[in-house]
Every structure is written in C-alpha cells, then in structure tokens.
Design a protein around this ligand. Structure first.
Ligand code: ATP
Ligand code: MG
Length: 576
C-alpha cells in the first residue's frame, strides 16, 4: 500500500498531558486521535493492529469452542435494575433516557444481557455447556481516563460468558478460556503474568487476571521467582508475628500536638512506628442506604488493604470516612483516632499482626492526644482479627519464596461467577435428574484496545513504536529515499510486488519528503522491517533494517524476500 494514500498524521510533539510512552508515541505516530477525554478515533494504522488482534482472538476463541455473536451497546435499564447493578455499579455507569423517558444505559459489561438470552433460549442441561463471546465497544464513565487508549470511556473489549449446568462444566470452560488467553497474549507478543485476583464479594473463589508488567501499570503485582503471582489486593504472605512478652503497663494519655501521621506520633512519643496503631476509619455501605462505621487497626508501618477489608465485611462499597463522620462517631479528627473507648456502634477490625503487640500507642480520640500502653481486651475491644494489610516486598509468599513487586497493566480478567446472575434473573435449566437448577456462569474479558497500549508500552523506544510482527499494521516499510527518482520508485514497486506475492504486507513511503522526515516517521510507525532504497539502488543493493534492534544489512534486490522471511522468523521466535 502506498503511504500517500493512508491517513498517518505523524507529529513532532506529543500532547502535553501524555505521561505514558505508549500514549505519546501512538499519537505522534498517527495511530490514534483524541475526540474527547477518554474517547478516541482509531486511525488506519491502529485499526489494522486492532483487526489483527481481533483475528488472533477469533482463532483462539474458536479453538476454545466459544462462539461469536453480537449484543447491543444500548441497553434498557430494566435488567440492570433486576440484577441490582443499576444501583450498585457506581458512577462509571452511563445512564440515559429515550424520548419516552424510559431508562437506558450504555453497556459497561454484558453479564445481564447474555444471561437473559440464555434464560429464554435454553431449558435443558443437554444444550450446555455453552460459551459465547463478542468483540464490542464498552462504555464506562471513568473518573480518570488516561494513558491514551489504556483507560478510555469507550473501549473495545472481548467479553465471553460461559453457561453450564454443573461445576465441572464451569471448570472446563474456565480452563479453556485461561488457555485461550495465554495463547492470545503469547501470539501478540505481550510479556504478562497470570495472577490471582480479588473476586470481590460475589462468592466465586476463582478469579485470575492477566497483567502486563509496565511502568505505567496501575496495579501492583506481587510475585516470586517460583509459582506465586497475585494482585496486591489479593496477595498473602507467611505470618511472622511473635507474641510480645512485656508486662502490660498503665494506660497513659499524652499530648502530641501537631502529630497527625504515624511518623509524627512516633517522633513525638519516642515509640517506633510498628508499636503504634494506625486506625483507619471507614464507612461501609452494607445495602442501599445502610452504612456501617468501621475502624481498621494495623501496625503504623503497615498499609491497609481495602479489598481484604471489603471482603471481610461483605459490603457493597467501602469509603474512607470524612472528618464529619470521624467527629460524630469518635469525637476527634483523623490523625488522633484510636480504638480506646469506641462504642459498639463502630465495628473494630484488626490485622493479625496487632494481636501479638503489648503496650501499643494509639490515637486517643481527642485531637492532639495519644495513649501509650494500650492493650487489647483490657483497654479496647477487637471484633474481628484477620489479614487486612498489604504484603511487602521480601515477605515469604505461599510458595515459600520471597515476594517481589512490579506495576502491571490489567489486560484480561477471567472469573468464575457461579449462580449470581442466573439466580437474580431466573436462568434455570433441567438437570439430568429432571430438577430445575440455576445455570452456573463464568465471565471472561480482554481489553482489546488496552492491549495495544500494553504492547506499545512494553516495546516502544525513544524513537517511536516497535510492533511485534504478529500485530504490526504492515510487515515491511519500503522507503525509496528520493521518490522523485524513477529508478528508486520502480525498485520500490518491484519489491512491493515481490514481497506481497510472498505473503507480506508492505507499506511503501512514496511521499516526496526529505529522507530525514521519512526515516523519523518510519521509526515512529514502528514496522518490524524497513527496506531503504538509496544510492546503491543503481547497483541493485538495498539496506534492510530491523526496527527492534536497529541492526542493518545490505542485501541484493533478489535476496530481499528471502532475507525478510528469515528476519521475521527470527523476530517471531524471539517474541515467544
Ligand atoms: P480496571 O480495574 O482497570 O478499571 P476492570 O477490572 O474494571 O478494569 P473488567 O471489568 O475486568 O475491568 O474488564 C475486562 C477488561 O477490560 C479489563 O481486564 C481491561 O483489560 C479492560 N478494561 C476495563 N476498563 C477499561 C477502560 N476504561 N479502558 C480500556 N480497557 C478497559
Ligand atoms: Mg478486572
């Protein structure tokens, strides 16, 4: 294809708000165009990448016995009211009305929509298991859309749903999807980890994420050199607390003016942070308009893990209480809060590591004051102990190896849902004993457009994008240095023909631009192989350059097709 016929608006400068390399380069290379914050147009090059990713997905879904179909993005709100998510999904849900004032939403995910079709179409276990999928735009009113197409308000997702009559059917579908996901991510050349994920309060024990290590990743992956890898929300480590043996001393109140943080309190009291209780005060949303105040205690040098707290409380939502609620329930502002004297109306959770402490310091629920020598049971109660903290690097993981951290981009999520939606929406089938049973579901998603960002993020360099061959918009960039010279253009056309006949996709830079501009654009666009037709064209010699390594070799025209084949094979081999 001739470059002059393709819309590739390259730019010298990245948008000023572009923090991620992938965002900068995809805009500069003319792949994507911002329509509004979090809303993007995919220009021809990006769209070619998307189509290639989609084709890989289709092949792997086929192999996993999943069947493609298509649901609307515009959904009547009724089903979402039935499932409860119209209220609980939160501010990310786009709600709108039609001209007759009926409620609609723009689908952020499609569990309800698929469950309804299955409910109305399948009555017997004999038709199950069934796995359906679609490649479709989703809508989420993200609070902070960013990093280009990594987090958009509209984005393309592969979403699949499995329906089975028994647990074995779910397990099989889940395993097949997991394998398909591995194949997909391998084939697009992504470096990723399969990690244990928090499955929230929806019951299902099994949930895994596919996460791509990258600087701009918004999740933290806790992993080991062994077999363990988990989202930090879910990660656990071996408990190493040792019961302290000091004699309980007298509870004493101390003035600690200006000491709000744990470090300031430690300084003011002369007590180490791990002997001071950090008291986090939350409001847990238990149902529609029922809120439970909750205090969570941990050592001052630990971080609270809200996902773990949320699961322990089985609440819909957990938010840090504001100052007003802190004063209302505890009589002081955050910074001076603690468990001594707290009423039964506030639930008190404490991390396991608190259990072994004796003579701790804590906020006194009196602004500017702390207690020292506070002890469990004697001075305050704890309603529930548990693992409520974030693991730390170096702690021992369940596989016996030390934990390491890396930021990661969540590119996929697979989830054993169980009967949550089928119960709510009445999707039942007759099992082989003639009894009505709730259909057991799984749901599976890949962020297709986010995947482009993740691959770009892992491979781009300071000159531009670098695409793995499997999803590059074209395989080869042919650049006649001077397109005004007939012999160079003739050779470009000839190579285009030969390479195309050999099954490669070719972009010919036929623009009458300066060589420097063409090379800079070529690096930005990031096709795996560049063929430069310059002065030596007269002798039938061209230069072949590998974008990823920068390596160049001179090749005779008649060797080009072979050379390209060998180089691409090498590159693809390395990508595995
Ligand atoms: P996140 O935690 O990043 O907001 P999520 O857990 O809410 O994502 P899922 O509901 O699991 O997302 O959606 C399936 C997949 O869709 C995710 O694994 C991710 O790859 C992708 N995805 C989710 N939200 C977005 C978004 N705003 N923009 C692009 N891709 C997204
Ligand atoms: Mg997810």
């Amino acid at each position: 294809m001739r470059q002059s016929k393709v819309l590739i608006p390259t730019k010298k400068e990245a948008p000023s708000d572009a923090e991620a390399l992938s965002h900068q380069m995809m805009v500069r290379a003319g792949y994507i165009y911002q329509v509004s914050a979090g809303v993007w147009s995919y220009l021809p090059l990006a769209y070619r990448v998307i189509r290639k990713v989609e084709n890989i997905i289709r092949e792997e879904m086929d192999r996993a016995d999943a069947v493609e179909m298509m649901m609307p993005g515009l959904l009547p709100a009724d089903l979402w009211k039935e499932s409860g998510r119209y209220e609980t999904y939160g501010d990310n849900l786009f709600k709108l009305k039609d001209r007759r004032d009926r409620d609609f939403i723009l689908g952020p995910t499609h569990e309800e929509t698929f469950t309804e079709v299955i409910r109305d179409s399948i009555k017997s276990y004999k038709k199950l298991p069934l796995v359906v999928y679609q490649l479709q735009d989703k809508f989420r009113d993200e609070d902070r859309p960013r990093y280009g197409i990594l987090r958009g308000k509209e984005f393309e997702m592969l979403d699949a749903y499995s329906f089975s009559a028994d647990q074995a059917g779910l397990d099989e579908a889940y395993d097949k999807q997991a394998r398909a996901y591995r194949n997909i991510f391998d084939r697009v050349g992504l470096n990723y980890k399969v990690i244990l994920a928090d499955s929230g309060t929806m019951g299902g024990k099994n949930s895994q994420e596919f996460s791509a290590p990258a600087k701009v990743g918004e999740d933290i992956i806790a992993y080991t050199d062994g077999t363990y890898a988990a989202n930090i929300e879910k990660a656990t480590s071996k408990f190493t607390g040792v019961q302290q043996t000091a004699e309980p001393a007298e509870l004493t109140k101390k003035a600690t003016p200006g000491a709000h943080s744990v470090d300031e309190a430690a300084e003011s009291l002369g007590i180490p942070a791990d002997q001071i209780l950090k008291a986090m005060f939350f409001m847990a949303k238990m149902s529609e308009d029922e809120y439970q105040p909750v205090m969570v205690l941990m050592r001052g040098n630990d971080e609270v893990n809200e996902a773990k707290v949320k699961n322990a409380l089985d609440c819909e939502d957990l938010t840090l209480a504001d100052e007003e609620d802190a004063v209302k329930y505890l009589g002081a502002h955050p910074g001076s809060l603690g468990p001594v004297g707290v009423g039964e109306d506030v639930q008190i959770l404490a991390d396991n590591y608190v259990k072994v402490l004796v003579n701790m310091a804590c906020g006194a629920n009196d602004d500017g004051h702390h207690y020292i020598n506070a002890n469990i049971n004697r001075d305050f109660r704890v309603d529930q102990f548990g693992d409520f903290r974030n693991v730390k690097e170096g702690e021992i993981a369940p596989d016996g190896q030390p934990l390491k951290f890396t930021p990661g981009i969540e590119v996929g999520h697979i989830f054993k849902l169980g009967t949550h939606y089928s119960e709510k929406l009445g999707a039942q089938v007759l099992d082989n004993n003639g009894r009505l049973v709730d259909v057991i579901m799984g749901s599976y998603g890949i962020g297709v457009t986010r995947l482009l960002s993740a691959v770009a993020e892992q491979n781009a360099d300071e000159n531009g994008l670098v695409w793995p061959d499997s999803i590059a918009p074209f395989d080869v960039h042919v650049i006649p240095v001077n397109a005004k010279k007939d012999d160079q253009m003739a050779m470009a056309d000839e190579l285009d023909k030969q390479l195309t006949a050999a099954g490669y996709e070719v972009l010919v830079d036929d623009r009458k631009e300066r060589a420097g501009v063409k090379f800079a654009d070529s690096d930005l666009i990031g096709l795996p192989i560049r063929i430069t037709i310059g002065k030596k064209a007269a002798d039938g010699i061209v230069e072949v350059k590998i974008r990823k390594t920068g390596e160049t070799i001179e090749v005779k025209q008649e060797e080009v097709v072979n050379t390209v084949g060998i180089l691409l094979k090498q590159l693809n081999g390395e990508a595995k």
